[in-house]
Design a protein around this ligand. Structure first.
Ligand SMILES: Cc1cc2nc3c(=O)[nH]c(=O)nc-3n(C[C@H](O)[C@H](O)[C@H](O)COP(=O)(O)OP(=O)(O)OC[C@H]3O[C@@H](n4cnc5c(N)ncnc54)[C@H](O)[C@@H]3O)c2cc1C
Ligand SMILES: *[C@@H]1O[C@H](CO)[C@@H](O)[C@H](O)[C@H]1NC(C)=O
Ligand SMILES: *[C@@H]1O[C@H](CO)[C@@H](O)[C@H](O)[C@H]1NC(C)=O
Ligand SMILES: *[C@@H]1O[C@H](CO)[C@@H](O)[C@H](O)[C@H]1NC(C)=O
Ligand SMILES: *[C@@H]1O[C@H](CO)[C@@H](O)[C@H](O)[C@H]1NC(C)=O
Length: 530
């Protein structure tokens, strides 16, 4: 049998064992549908054809819910959660908010539970507030791309992004939201003024740094554990019309990272700074993530790293058409301080939207080839700066002999832009690197790409442990409580306490596999864990 299916079935069996062995007073499927159907809602439940709710971008885990809610109001969400909360220990029902299902390992799924499709709830829509401190109010299930299109009508845009915009506001704020602007503005969770939350008890709460602050910070980076984000207030800034998009190559990792760190620390610098690693590839500048230039700089696609490892520094500078001259001068100044391989400067000019929505162009191309809906065994790591050279030595060209499975991102971030009251976990050092292995594993006739990609991931994680890298996972995936405790370290206490405060029955986001919904007896166990 195909190993991907074997894995899924094995996993499913494991879940069955877990559920049947732990739960004695469980309700049956028909009980679930009849009890939920009695709720008076503006939106509706569906109990049939729920296979889409059991899919995600990772394409590896498929766990069917018992019901899917398409909410039309905050009160639909609150009523549903209250109902499940009040069933208490009699029911094993859980609830997962589901954004655009771009999770990697079933994090937005609810096996046997209720999935709430956040995209069908728009609330009062996207509302832009202009003025000195402009912001936008938006539903948790809204896609960032829609948000951008609306705020641009006012000449405004959010400050901090992800590389891909077809993700929901609630989905990225539950993780962090990291891209090339984070060195300056912090991750997306550093750019939120206020949230509206439905907690695991079904209460609707408004929170901000000034009001219900513990819930506010808890939910940001909180992996969906404390409440469902129904609305968010996000900081805006004046939007540029255009960006200059620049790429240069290095063969020396030390010089590459020194230049990256110099750029993120500089006062006058680029607006976006990332980088990626290319191992033994041809056509390296046209990997899937980066249709670099619509104007097609022909040389770029012919550059090859055959046998070697190269490092590409990628930067942009925002500008408006009447500022082209100044912008070009500033770029010239900045580039003159960098030590890239002189013949490898690639530049293009695109609109701000074209730049921000760049990965979508690649998505459309891959979809056309049937290469989008394939397994994605991604691995995202945060590596402290003091260990980034050990990491690079151990991984690039050693564990990984080529980068043909997908892009490998690598760029530095500054801890001072992250708020330690939020739930996200980062390494304990002033500067740390995001290293993202974004593999695709289409099934292939002669060898199993998924199995080998998973093996490489395991080897990388193993290396981090052996070499004491002090790595933290981003979009973390663990299945054992002790691993979660290790992940959170000294912050576990606060995280578990927040769970008790806002979702004491562990109803929410079961797909993260941090807490397990249990009977009243075992919720005492949860108490003991704190
Ligand atoms: C192509 C691609 C590119 C990406 N690029 C980046 C990147 O550059 N930077 C980055 O930081 N991340 C990136 N990601 C990761 C992305 O941020 C996460 O996968 C995120 O979870 C996806 O959002 P979603 O809306 O699809 O959430 P889902 O997968 O639907 O949900 C994610 C988790 O959040 C919970 N959740 C969903 N909505 C809500 C809500 N409203 N309230 C509370 N909890 C909720 C779910 O229950 C689940 O546990 C990328 C992902 C893909 C597929
Ligand atoms: C890489 O650059 C560093 C710093 O400039 C230098 O010390 C080192 O010798 C270089 N390594 C190689 C292999 O050239
Ligand atoms: C990180 O931020 C701190 C505080 O703003 C600053 O002092 C430091 O120089 C920054 N470091 C880098 C490498 O950007
Ligand atoms: C680079 O890739 C080619 C073909 O994919 C392979 O034959 C060669 O051994 C690789 N080189 C190294 C150094 O891994
Ligand atoms: C967060 O950072 C501040 C300032 O650096 C520090 O005083 C505080 O103890 C930290 N809090 C936690 C929970 O780590």
């Amino acid at each position: 049998m195909h190993p991907f299916r074997t894995n899924t079935i094995r996993f499913f069996k494991l879940l069955m064992i877990l559920f049947t062995s732990r739960i004695t007073m469980h309700t049956s499927d028909s009980d679930v549908s009849s009890s939920l159907s009695t709720l008076s809602l503006e939106g509706q439940f569906s109990f049939h054809d729920m296979s889409h709710a059991a899919k995600d971008f990772g394409n590896r885990f498929q766990l069917l819910p018992s019901a899917v809610l398409q909410p039309k109001s905050v009160s639909d969400i609150s009523t549903t959660i209250k109902h499940v909360y009040q069933m208490g220990a009699r029911s094993q029902l859980t609830v997962a908010a589901q954004g655009h299902r771009h999770s990697l390992q079933g994090q937005a799924q609810a096996p046997g539970g209720v999935v709430i499709q956040m995209e069908s709830f728009k609330g009062p829509g996207i509302q832009v507030q202009q003025g000195k401190l402009p912001y936008v109010d938006v539903a948790g299930g809204e896609l960032w791309i829609n948000l951008l299109k609306e705020t641009l009508k006012y000449g405004l845009a959010p400050k901090s992004w992800t590389d891909y915009l077809h993700l929901t506001v609630g989905g990225t704020l539950s993780n962090a939201g990291i891209s090339g602007q984070a060195f300056r503005h912090g991750p997306q969770i550093s750019n939120v003024y206020q949230l509206e939350i439905v907690t695991g008890k079904g209460e609707v709460m408004t929170c901000s740094p000034a009001e219900n602050a513990d819930l506010f910070y808890g939910v940001l980076g909180g992996l969906g554990q404390f409440g469902i984000i129904t609305r968010a207030r996000i900081a805006l800034e004046p939007a540029p019309k255009m960006v200059k998009w620049v790429r240069v190559l290095y063969s020396n990792f030390t010089t590459f990272t020194q230049d990256q760190e110099m750029l993120i620390a500089a006062e006058n610098t680029f607006d976006y700074i990332e980088g990626f690693v290319v191992i033994n590839r041809t056509g390296i500048l046209n990997n899937w993530r980066s249709s670099f230039s619509p104007q097609d700089p022909v040389q770029a696609s012919h550059f090859t790293s055959d046998g070697k490892t190269l490092f590409c520094l990628e930067m942009t500078m925002n500008f408006n058409p009447d500022e082209t001259e100044i912008m070009n001068k500033e770029i010239y100044m900045l580039l003159s301080k960098l030590r890239y391989i002189p013949s490898t400067l690639f530049q293009s000019e695109v609109t701000y939207v074209e730049f921000l929505d760049r990965v979508h162009v690649s998505e459309l191309k891959l979809r056309a080839k049937g290469l989008w809906e394939v397994p994605h065994p991604w691995l995202n790591l945060l590596i402290p700066r003091s260990k980034i050279h050990n990491f690079a030595d151990g991984v690039f060209g050693n564990i990984l002999r080529d980068s043909s499975n997908g892009p490998i991102l690598l760029y530095p971030l500054n801890k001072s832009k992250w708020d330690n009251r939020t739930s996200v976990v980062i390494p304990d050092e002033e500067v740390f690197y995001l290293v993202a292995f974004l593999s695709s594993a289409p099934s292939s006739a002669n060898h199993d790409t998924l199995e080998s990609a998973l093996k490489l991931n395991a080897d990388i994680l193993d290396f981090c442990k052996q070499a004491d890298i002090g790595m933290k996972q981003y979009l973390p995936y663990y299945t054992k409580e002790e691993d979660w405790r290790t992940h959170f370290g000294s912050r576990w206490k606060v995280f578990a306490q927040r769970k008790l405060d806002y979702d004491p029955l562990a109803i929410l986001a079961p797909g993260q596999r941090i807490f397990r919904k249990t009977t009243s007896i075992s919720s005492q166990k949860l108490l003991q864990m704190v």
